[in-house]
Design a protein around this ligand. Sequence first.
Ligand code: ZN
Length: 228
Amino acid sequence: MNEKIVEDIIKKVMKQLDNTAIAPVDSNNCEAIPVELSARHAHLSQKDALELFGGPLTFDRELSQPGQFLCKERIRLIGPKGVIDNVAILGPSRDLSQVEISKTDARMLGTKTPVRQSGDIKGTPGIILASRKGIVGLEEGLIVAGRHIHMTTCDALQMGVCDKDMVSVHIDGERPAVLEDVLIRTNDSFKLSMHIDLDEGNGSGWNKNVSGKIVAKSKETDGGLYIH
Ligand SMILES: [Zn+2]
């Protein structure tokens, strides 16, 4: 094999490696991201809310993301193996009902619940929702919400990330951890905040002063797939 061929092969391999490696992020550009815990909750369609409560949902208090609010109503989740009571409902109502639980909840309910991003419910398990006034059987919509960061496009620019990027985030809790596969979600109405669930919060020793820092970003490969 002559030198030229060897050199070409090395160049090719180096290029491939470069395409699939984790891209380090200059963490000096990344400000501390407040980390919030998402407790189990449901989003209801207008139709399902009507069926369960006989009317529209009632506002209780605003949540950290603008436009999102906690409702006064609560529901019971009924799974094949267990029941969870007093589950919060978040407004406003959506086109399709969706219930977000932790993996621990899924064990209690007896459902095989996949990790999905909010809204991506096709093919997910169903669940029975009950109130004092009504009962609704969802065909699908039970998910363990994928961890994500809400930010504005300005925040994203500053941190060198884009909408739908997957990043790794260091969490400075009592049990510090790096969480991979964190989805970036940008919208100019968002307030900078990372959302993790109860299992992830307990796993990293979360408290309300905990913050996250983006430490690595997945690169988009030629096939458009994220590698990390
Ligand atoms: Zn969120």
